[in-house]
Design a protein around this ligand. Structure first.
Ligand code: ADP
Length: 905
């Protein structure tokens, strides 16, 4: 069955519903339409046929008016020949009736002659009938032939219906023939009695009587059939039929009662009575005709009406059927579309997460089955959805809780790191101090153990903190221009001492085609290299370590670089290599392992390299050393970079430092940075307090802000230099946000040993202090670092340093307070612009510059510097040009700091 339907199913599946409807409708509508058409054509043909019959009947009725007087005229002619006066009068009367009959035929012929093709026959007959002297006998025969011709051309003789057929038979054939036979019989019997009887006339009389009897009998039979077929005819025709039959019989009986059909007719002589008998019989026959013709006309007209109604009914039925079929098709299609649309709407809703209520469809067909299945699936989905919603709500809550926990953890770690690293710095600082004092051998050994343990602990703490930050997704890479060879050298010089301690070589090899000026997060790159090189030194006892950098190629404006740290150390077994780069993984997990460590270093390396879009790996064999490599793609530097010769890291013992600084922000920054390096810090807010602190305390160095209230830095330095003894010689280093040549000259003239730019860079300070302690003299020029102009809004490296030194909370607090902190200075700068008193603006510009520099707001510091110089030169125009940029620069720097702080938390 399925195979049988396969073709149909395939066809139907390819079509849309309207196409299906159109196809099916065409397939059955075309033959039906053809049938209907043929039917209608047939009905129309029958109507035309019947109309033609009606026309023929009308014409024959007109001919009948001519036929009767013609026959009577002939019969009268016989009387006239017998010289009967009465007959002559009657003859004239009949002639009039002939003329009237001919006019009736004229009218009928005008109307119907063309249609019935009688015009030629009639016009020839008409011309002769009009002639009064012409004998009527041949006209009777022609009229009878014309009646027969009209019967032919009007289809009357082909009439198919039983009732009408016999009426037609009577009207067209039987009654005219009967009247003619009566005439012939009458003429033959009315022949003159005088003279011998003409045997031919007798023969005619016998033949006429015989035919008349036959016609009469045929009429009786035909009418009987017609009455059976249409009993209503009986009422109209039974009496005329009986009358004509009786008249014929009585006329025939005049010639003898028991006349044998073949016996010669009796002679009753040409009397006017005899004519009267003939006239009565012929009159009855024509009376019968006059009753039969209207009855036939009624029948035919009724048939035309019936057929017309039938046709109208059929057309109406076809139109109604078509309308109903079209209506049902359209309704069916609309119902299907409604159901499909409803399904579509609900599935749309479901896709948008709305699972409310099942789909309701008022249908009992197959579509309702589909809808029921759909509703079942929807109900199932609703359940699943609700469950999924629950689960995802739970998951979200869990995720939020986890995020909150992670945030809390990383915040806690950030706080803790600061809190732990500060005392650790104290421990290390004090240990350094301790080691710089006079100690016996054992004490020194113990102090060195404390220092080494502290340093290891600090390294572990840094690792854990770093890793937890990365785990919390807080690894944000910075982008800054840097010099690659400086970075690699920096790593080598940092770890060089450790390598030398173990008698290992530490080499670097940058291929010639490796670009030096690059852009990226050099801090993180340095961290990766420090980790790998640190490990390589740790796990190598003989030979050494080489850091190789080679170029891989360029793509999308980035250069691929491969860093390989090759050592000649203990190597790693293949099975252990698989576990590397996972957190807390160490190859040697035995309690007696030789090498300490957290197992976090390589995990951190992997996270950083992956964050940079690179990959990391190792090639190693036990006893044959290892090669740890990583590949990253970096962009070229935006600006040209002058590679700086790596600043030698100078180890400085922890110092007692007095900081004279009036600005709160600067105070906090200086304290944080210095403490981070293990120094002891005391802060005073003006020059007089600084002098007092030096007079009463013991300091290794004084960091003196140049501009301070109550007493400025230079005055305070002069006072300190006048103090007696060692105190008067305490090293004093000026701190200034900008250092012009005049400034440095003034600092040195006042007795300061050197100067440092703000914010304090601890390595630069260490370097300066080492120089001071080494040379014991001032070397101001060499203390100033080679600062490079920059157009950065914020110095990210410095901010990161601050973050480590002061902690997240403190930095945020400083950033949020900066606008309020600088508000009075900014107001003074604006007032000075309005009043033109630029001298009044000098201190304010300097203060803003100091705060900006302390917090690493490079662009703001440079702008304030420009404003300060303009004020110093009295250049009101330049001052007025620069000042409007101050507020936007501050806002931009604060926004940038906020983002950075958020990223570093
Ligand atoms: P750890 O703090 O223990 O050094 P790492 O993640 O840096 O943690 O290293 C994980 C382990 O990988 C180390 O404990 C060591 O066993 C092995 N490893 C790392 N680098 C080397 C190397 N250069 N040679 C041999 N083994 C190494």
């Amino acid at each position: 069955m399925n195979r049988f339907l396969a073709i149909g199913i395939r066809l139907m599946n390819r079509l849309r519903y309207p196409q299906k409807f159109a196809l099916i409708t065409c397939l059955f509508a075309v033959p039906l339409a053809l049938l209907f058409y043929l039917w209608l054509v047939q009905i129309a043909a029958r109507i035309d046929f019947t109309r033609q019959e009606l026309a023929g009947l009308q014409y024959i009725v007109a001919l009948r008016q001519l036929l009767e007087p013609l026959q009577r005229t002939q019969a009268l002619g016989v009387l006239a020949a017998a010289d009967r006066p009465a007959s002559s009068a009657a003859l004239a009367q009949e002639r009039e009736r002939i003329a009237t009959g001919a006019e009736a035929v004229d009218r009928a012929d005008r109307q119907l002659g063309g249609q019935l093709r009688t015009d030629a026959s009639w016009s020839s007959l008409r011309a002769r009938v009009a002639d009064n002297g012409a004998p009527p006998e041949p006209f009777v025969g022609e009229t009878l032939r014309l009646i027969a011709q009209v019967g032919d051309s009007s289809n009357l003789i082909l009439d198919p219906e039983l009732d009408s057929y016999y009426l037609m038979d009577a009207v067209v054939l039987r009654l005219p023939v009967l009247s003619e036979q009566l005439r012939a019989f009458g003429v033959a019997t009315l022949a003159p009695a005088s003279g011998p009887r003409d045997p031919a006339l007798d023969g005619q009389a016998i033949a006429a009587r015989t035919r008349a009897a036959a016609e009469r009998a045929a009429l009786q039979r035909g009418h009987a059939v017609a009455f059976r077929a249409n009993p209503a005819l009986r009422a109209t025709l039974e009496a005329p039929l009986a009358a004509s039959a009786a008249a014929v019989d009585s006329f025939m009986r005049l010639t003898g009662d028991a006349v044998a059909p073949d016996a010669p007719p009796p002679h009753f002589g040409p009397t006017s009575d005899a004519f009267q008998h003939y006239a009565a019989a012929a009159g009855a026959v024509f009376g019968h005709f006059d009753a039969a013709a209207p009855a036939l006309d009624d029948l035919l007209a009724a048939r035309v009406r019936r057929l017309t109604h039938y046709r109208a009914l059929l057309i109406g039925l076809v139109i109604c059927t078509l309308a109903v079929v079209a209506y049902l098709w359209v309704s069916f299609y609309a119902a299907v579309r409604q159901a499909v649309q409803a399904l579509d709407d609900v599935s749309h809703r479901m896709r948008a997460g709305d699972f409310t209520g099942p789909l309701a469809l008022e249908s009992r067909d197959e579509l309702s089955q589909v809808v029921e299945s759909f509703n079942r699936v929807a109900a199932q989905l609703r359940l699943e959805w609700a469950r999924a919603q629950d689960e995802s709500a739970r998951a979200r809550a869990a995720e939020a809780a986890a995020e909150a926990a992670t945030r809390a953890k990383s915040e806690f770690l950030a706080v803790m790191s600061h809190e732990i690293r500060t005392p650790m710095s104290g421990i290390l600082g004090m240990t350094h101090l301790l080691l710089s004092t006079r100690l016996d051998k054992e004490q020194r050994r113990q102090a060195e153990i404390v220092r080494d343990s502290g340093e290891s602990l600090l390294a572990v703490l840094n690792d854990i903190l770093d890793f937890s930050k990365m785990e919390a997704g807080r690894l944000e890479l910075m982008a800054a221009d840097f010099d690659l060879s400086t970075l690699v050298d920096n790593v080598a010089s940092l770890l060089g001492p450790r390598a030398r301690e173990k008698d290992l070589y530490l080499e670097t090899a940058l291929a010639d085609d490796v670009p030096r000026a690059l852009s990226g997060d050099d801090g993180r790159l340095r961290q990766v290299l420090l980790n790998l090189v640190g490990n390589a030194i740790k796990f190598t006892d003989r030979g050494g370590v080489c850091v190789e950098v080679s170029r891989l190629g360029s793509e999308n404006g980035r250069t691929g670089l491969r860093f390989a740290v090759v050592d000649t150390g203990i190597g790693i077994a293949p099975e252990a290599q698989e576990r590397l780069f996972q957190e807390f993984t160490q190859v040697d997990l035995s309690a007696t392992r030789r090498f300490s460590g957290t197992g976090l270093g390589l995990a951190i390396v992997k996270r950083i390299v992956t964050a940079m879009g690179g990959r990391v790996g190792v090639a190693s064999a036990p006893g044959q050393g290892s090669t740890f490599w990583f590949e990253v793609a970096l962009r070229p530097a935006v600006r040209a970079i002058t590679p700086r010769s790596p600043r030698p890291l100078v180890a400085v013992r922890p110092l007692r430092i007095l900081v004279a600084e009036d600005n709160v922000v600067n105070q906090q920054v200086a304290r944080g940075l210095l403490k981070m390096h293990g120094h002891q810090v005391e802060i005073v807010s003006d020059g007089r307090a600084a002098v007092e602190a030096v007079r009463t305390g013991t300091w290794d160095v004084v960091l003196m802000d140049a501009h301070m209230p109550i007493m400025d830095g230079c005055t305070a330095t002069g006072e300190i230099r006048r103090l007696p003894g060692e105190r008067g010689h305490v090293p004093i280093i000026a701190m200034s946000a900008s250092v012009t040549r005049e400034d440095t000259a003034a600092f040195l003239a006042a007795g300061m040993n050197g100067y440092l730019p703000k914010p304090i860079d601890p390595p630069a300070l260490a370097e300066a202090l080492a120089k001071l302690s080494g040379a014991g003299t001032s070397d101001a020029a060499s203390l100033a670092p080679a600062g490079e102009p920059t157009d950065e809004v914020v110095d990210e490296a410095h901010v990161r340093l601050l973050f480590d030194a002061l902690g997240a909370a403190k930095i945020s607090q400083l950033v949020e307070g900066i606008e309020a902190e600088t508000a009075p200075h900014r107001a003074r700068l604006a007032a000075a612009c309005a009043s033109g008193d630029l001298a009044a603006a000098l201190a304010a510009a300097h203060a803003v510059k100091g705060v900006a520099a302390s917090l690493g707001m490079t662009a703001l510091a440079e702008l304030s510097d420009g404003i300060e110089s303009a004020a110093a030169r009295g250049d009101a125009q330049r001052y007025a040009t620069l000042l409007p940029a101050l507020e936007p620069a501050l806002a931009e720097a604060v926004a940038r700091l906020r983002t950075l702080c958020a990223g570093m938390r």
